[in-house]
Design a protein around this ligand. Structure first.
Ligand code: C2E
Ligand code: CA
Ligand code: CA
Length: 589
């Protein structure tokens, strides 16, 4: 066919009285033949447009009304039954009659499965057969559409509405509303039968970070995989639901005793021991689990509150992923909330200050080294120690504002000393877990140093191992970037808790700070002596500088000097001091 699109009997705009056909046929002889047959039946009551390739079908359908499509199965640019499904997907109400060669019976049957209404063999066709087939196709399509509509209206719609109301679309788990219904029912039964039930409330550690780093589609996939794992470990009689972003709950069936829950909890924890594979990334995602019991809690609201509170506790304790609700938690929970509410106001009102604790070089009194430590004198809450407010601030963006403040104060101190002909060797700032797992944190920190005119090589960031463990890959990248820029990296509180030598070998750490628990009465504690001696020797072999923290007594000082510690820090030399006093400490020496 010469023309790309040939229109017969069109006479301008499509006439609503006439039946409109579109024919996709690349063989001009066949096309002429079929048009002749149509003319025979429809006379002037039809219009037909011919196209000679598949590519031209969709653009035409998008512009014109078409009552039926006559489709050759073998078009030069695309052939086969896939053609049909792609048209049906886009134009579900279009009747289609397929034309095939004699040898193509299999394809013909397939074409019906894919959404065509009828097929005709080119070798066995006449005007009557063609007309009947077209009419049949149109009628069949019409019935099909009516049926679909009827179904849509009634059962299908109901089904969809019901699942929307009850299930979470992403994971297909019951949603919060459905969970509330079921949980109330379980509590009523527990009440009637004088039995117990448990509520497990959990979320995924670092989920927000993963979402921010890898994107929401990645986060969604993670949630789906987590759901799969969870569904595999809870008992059939327990009810698992997703009630928020990364928050899941399980309400158990009636329990005779609280201990009945232990194997279930164990299975959940175990389910997260293996990494998840998402888009080719191995992701480690562990839950923090809070557990509360009915009738310890008097109703569902309280049960949820208790379990949530226990989960919060589990989150803040690195060593335990699982926490059972206790009455003491309530007090702690409200204190935490109080602190959280007041931190932002505190920053605005300039209630925070930065103090400096001298770190003494064993070799030379000339070397000035300090650790910057936050102080908060809140108008609302009074003095709050960093051990109390830092863990709260760490979970909010306030921690970044606080670190920024610390660095600005370092700048003030650094430059105040420079003017007095002394030079600061090293200033240490403490960094929190969540900060390090932000893939841009290294750059932010370096920009803050620059803003305060602090040379990176005079700065040191103190991190703890528990932080690194939680998000190893990103942390390692940030640490390396900072070290490359000349910043010193100190591993804080080493020797207790999670100390692992692997990190010393894997990360560019150049300073090791011995935890003050190790130093406490080291002169008489033979276990700590052996441990500390070993750590110091290993650190020196790895070319690291060792700082002993928390030295309060002369005997402790003597002992760590003997072990070869390079720097000493503790109340024996000085407590942390406000900016003006720490300058005097060094200048009046
Ligand atoms: P840390 O990093 O281990 O800081 C040392 C803590 O030990 C300081 O407590 C210091 O006052 C205390 N200390 C120093 N020498 C002695 C001693 O001889 N005996 C005793 N008993 N204690 C001594 P502080 O200032 O209360 O800070 C507590 C923790 O709060 C710090 O522990 C650190 O983890 C955190 N922190 C403080 N400032 C910041 C900050 O700006 N950012 C972050 N992320 N954490 C901070
Ligand atoms: Ca520190
Ligand atoms: Ca420390």
């Amino acid at each position: 066919m010469e023309q790309a699109v040939e229109n017969r009997n069109a006479g301008g705009a499509v006439n609503p009285e006439k039946t409109v056909f579109l024919m996709a046929e690349d063989n001009p002889v066949d096309a002429e033949l079929f048009i002749g047959m149509l003319e025979h039946t429809y006379q002037d009551k039809y219009e037909i447009t011919c196209v000679d390739c598949f590519e031209k079908i969709m653009p035409f359908l998008s512009k014109e009304r078409v009552d039926a499509l006559i489709l050759d199965m073998h078009l030069p640019d695309k052939s086969g039954t896939d053609n049909i499904s792609s048209i049906v997907r886009k134009y579900p109400s279009l009747p289609i009659v397929v034309l095939t060669g004699q040898e193509d019976m299999e394809v013909a049957v397939d074409s019906l499965k894919n959404g065509a209404q009828d097929y005709l063999s080119k070798n066995n066709i006449n005007p009557e057969i063609l007309a009947r087939s077209l009419r049949y196709a149109q009628e069949r399509k019409q019935i099909e559409m009516q049926l679909k509509e009827a179904l849509n209206d009634a059962a299908y719609r109901n089904y969809q509405l019901e699942s929307l109301a009850k299930y979470d679309m992403l994971t297909q788990l019951p949603n919060r509303a459905y969970f509330n219904d079921i949980a109330r029912h379980v509590l009523r039964r527990a009440n009637r039968t004088k039995k117990k039930c448990a509520l497990l409330y959990f979320d995924l550690d670092g989920f927000k970070k993963i979402n921010d780093t890898y994107g929401h589609a990645f986060g969604d996939e993670l949630l789906k995989q987590v759901t799969k794992r969870l569904s595999g470990v809870v008992r059939e009689s327990d009810f698992l639901a997703r009630i928020g972003g990364d928050e899941f709950v399980v309400i158990t069936d009636l329990l005779e005793s609280k201990e009945e829950m232990y194997p279930v909890i164990k299975r959940i924890v175990k389910a997260f021991e293996k990494t998840l594979l998402i888009n080719g990334y191995e992701i480690f995602s562990s839950p923090s689990i809070g557990i509360a019991y009915y009738p310890d809690a008097k109703d569902l609201d309280q049960l949820i509150k208790h379990a949530d509170c226990a989960m919060y506790e589990a989150k803040n304790k690195f060593e335990s992923q699982v926490c059972f609700y206790t009455n003491q938690m309530a007090a702690h929970f409200s204190r935490t909330q109080e602190i959280e509410e007041n931190i932002t106001v505190g920053i605005e009102n300039k209630e925070f200050d930065v103090w400096f604790q001298p770190v003494i070089s064993a070799e030379s009194t000339e070397r000035i080294s300090v650790e910057a430590l936050l102080r908060w004198d809140s108008t609302k809450l009074g003095r709050v120690g960093p051990d109390e407010f830092i863990p709260v601030a760490e979970l909010t963006p306030a921690i970044n504002q606080l670190t920024h403040l610390v660095i600005q104060h370092c700048g003030l101190f650094f430059h105040s000393m420079k003017n007095k002909q002394t030079k600061i060797d090293r200033m240490a700032v403490n960094i929190s877990a969540l900060q390090l797992s932000n893939a841009n944190f290294g750059n932010i920190l370096l920009a803050w140093f620059k803003e305060s005119a602090l040379p990176p090589e005079n700065m040191c960031v103190e991190i703890t191992e528990s932080q690194i463990v939680q998000n190893a890959k990103i942390c390692a990248e940030q640490i390396s970037a900072l070290r490359d820029a000349g910043v010193h990296i100190a591993l804080d509180d080493f020797g207790t808790g999670f100390s692992s030598i692997t990190h010393l070998l894997d990360l560019p750490i150049d300073i090791l700070k011995l935890d003050r628990m190790l130093i406490d009465h080291i002169d008489s504690d033979s276990r700590n002596q052996a441990l500390t001696a070993g750590i110091v020797e290993m650190a020196h072999r790895l070319n690291m500088t060792v700082v002993a923290e928390g030295i309060e007594r002369q005997e402790e000082q003597n002992y760590v000097l003997e072990l070869g510690c390079d720097y000493l820090q503790g109340y024996r030399f000085s407590k942390p001091l406000p900016l003006g006093e720490v300058s005097s400490f060094y200048l009046n020496k």
